[in-house]
Design a binder for this molecule. Structure first.
Ligand code: HEC
Ligand code: HEC
Length: 192
């Protein structure tokens, strides 16, 4: 099934952008490798690894360039984007933006969910990430992201340890307690 999805995508790539067969084959092979960690359709089932499905185009392209250039250092991804062309990054991005984000969350904790909803609203996260948190341009989708990854990345931003990342986030989270971050992560992970 997954092979079919990637093969269909590769075919569409050749038809729409006049890409060569070998280019399309290279992209398909890459996407399969990425899928081992990020999930075959971009919805990650692995702790600490973010979902890429349904992310805004600009966010994904920017992050991949940052990772390729070593500006955002991700040890787990060492070498994965080495020498990958801009054209390939654009094609890989097309695969993930066209794959719907599916929440990987477990059962909902009602009081934690509601607490997270209130804090996210009061902290105006939606002014950048959009009111339904699906992101736009360079601002990532945070709805339906993995709960553990949301918590991990917010902790990084809050403690100014998010090396190579846009620190516009740190101010939004300044002074929040760990319980606040846990509530936000729980809430956002449950959204679609
Ligand atoms: C061995 C596992 C692994 C493989 C293979 C892998 N990644 Fe990752 N990737 C990660 C982890 C872990 C993170 C998050 C690290 C962090 O934030 O500290 C990440 C983060 C990312 C991010 C940033 C997402 C965000 O929401 O901030 C992008 C984009 C990305 N990977 C794309 C890719 C692409 C494209 C491929 C294939 C060419 C790939 N990755 C292969 C493990 C992997
Ligand atoms: C001023 C705009 C702005 C506001 C307000 C904002 N964010 Fe962000 N956020 C961003 C940008 C831009 C990024 C991408 C950072 C990067 O490029 O590394 C980001 C990244 C994130 C990430 C990392 C996601 C990932 O996949 O890597 C999380 C989680 C997040 N924001 C949560 C929040 C929460 C929760 C709030 C409210 C408390 C919030 N943001 C408010 C702009 C904003």
């Amino acid at each position: 099934m997954q092979f079919l999805r990637i093969a269909t995508f590769a075919l569409g790539l050749i038809c729409s952008s006049a890409a060569s067969l070998s280019f399309a084959q290279d992209i398909s092979a890459k996407i399969q490798v990425c899928g081992a960690c990020h999930g075959p359709d971009g919805n990650s089932k692995i702790v600490g690894t973010p979902s890429l499905a349904g992310q805004p185009k600009i966010f994904l392209e920017n992050q991949m360039v940052m990772i390729r250039e070593g500006m955002r250092d991700i040890p787990a991804m060492k070498g994965q984007l080495d020498g990958v062309s801009d054209a390939a990054i654009i094609a890989i991005t097309q695969f993930y933006t066209s794959s719907p984000a599916i929440s990987q969350a477990g059962p909902r904790n009602k009081s934690l969910f509601e607490k997270g909803q209130v804090i996210s609203k009061e902290a105006l996260c939606g002014t950048c990430h959009l009111p339904n948190y699906v992101g736009r341009e360079q601002m990532p989708r945070i709805a339906a992201q993995r709960e553990d990854y949301l918590l991990y990345s917010m902790r990084q931003f809050r403690s100014n340890q998010a090396t190579g990342r846009d620190t516009i986030m740190s101010a939004s989270l300044y002074g929040m307690s760990d319980d606040d971050l846990k509530a936000i992560a729980h809430y956002l992970s449950q959204l679609q």
